[in-house]
Design a protein around this ligand. Structure first.
Ligand code: GAR
Length: 214
C-alpha cells in the first residue's frame, strides 16, 4: 500500500479527483495519509476534512525566513516518511533538500503541455493567460516528477486539450482540469502504486504495459 501525502494551496479539485479515484477503485494500492497546505484558507483542507483526513498547515509566513520554513517542511515530511508526495496545485517552490530527500517520490501536476508555458511565473491562471495570448490551439496538462528546477523533471503523463474560440483564461482552466488534470493525475498515481513507472539513465519515464490513453 502506497502512503501518499498531498500538498495543496487552493481549491483542491485535483485532491478531490484523487480521493474520488481511490473511492472508485481507479487508483488501487494507495491511500492518502496526509494533506498539507501552505494556505490556512485553502478549500482543499475542507475537502480533506470531509473525507476524514485531518489536514495541516505549514506556511512560510509562520517562519522568520524561508530557510527556517524549508527546514521545518523537510523535517515534517521526513517524519511522515511518505512513499509518494503529490503536489496538487501546491504553489510553494519545493526546497532542493526535499527533492534530494525524496528522489522520484515527488510528482506535480502542471496545467500545460510542458515544455510550453511552464517555469517561473507560470502557475494557475497565468498559464492559461499565456496560452491565449500566444494563440496556440492545443494545450493540456502534464504530470511530472519534481527535480531541482521549475517544471523540468521527467514527464510521466500528458494529455492534450483544444483551445476554443472565445475562451477566457477561466474557461480554459476549467476545460484543462476536466479533460486532462483530473484524469492524468489519478492515473499517474495508480501507475506508480502498481510499480509500473520507471525512469531511465536519460531521465526518460517508461511505463510498463505502454503509455495509457487517458
Ligand atoms: C491546477 O490547475 C494545477 O494544475 C495548478 O494549480 C491548479 C490548482 O487547482 N498548478 C500549477 O499551476 C503548478 N504550477 P486545484 O487546487 O483545484 O487542484
Amino acid at each position: 500500500m502506497l502512503n501518499v501525502t498531498v500538498l495543496v494551496s487552493g481549491g483542491g479539485t485535483n485532491l478531490q479527483a484523487i480521493m474520488d479515484a481511490i473511492d472508485a477503485g481507479e487508483i488501487q494500492n494507495a491511500r492518502i495519509t496526509h494533506v498539507i497546505s501552505n494556505n490556512p484558507r485553502a478549500y482543499a483542507l475542507e475537502r480533506a476534512a470531509k473525507a476524514g483526513i485531518q489536514g495541516e498547515v505549514l506556511s512560510p509566513k509562520s517562519y522568520d525566513s524561508r530557510a527556517e520554513f524549508n527546514e521545518a517542511f523537510l523535517a515534517r515530511l521526513q517524519e511522515i516518511n511518505p512513499d509518494l508526495i503529490v503536489l496538487a496545485g501546491f504553489l510553494v517552490v519545493i526546497p532542493e533538500a526535499v527533492v534530494k530527500a525524496f528522489p522520484y517520490k515527488l510528482v506535480n501536476i502542471h496545467p500545460s503541455l510542458i515544455p510550453s508555458f511552464c517555469g517561473t511565473g507560470f502557475y494557475g491562471l497565468h498559464v492559461h493567460e499565456g496560452v491565449l495570448s500566444r494563440g496556440v490551439k492545443v494545450t493540456g496538462a502534464t504530470v511530472h516528477f519534481v527535480d531541482e528546477g521549475t517544471d523540468t523533471g521527467p514527464i510521466i503523463l500528458q494529455k492534450a486539450v483544444y483551445v476554443q474560440e472565445g475562451d477566457t483564461p477561466e474557461i480554459l482552466q476549467r476545460r484543462v482540469m476536466e479533460e486532462a488534470e483530473w484524469k492524468i493525475l489519478p492515473k499517474a498515481i495508480d501507475l506508480i502504486a502498481a510499480g509500473k513507472v520507471s525512469v531511465d539513465e536519460n531521465r526518460i519515464v517508461h511505463i510498463a504495459g505502454g503509455y495509457p490513453s487517458v
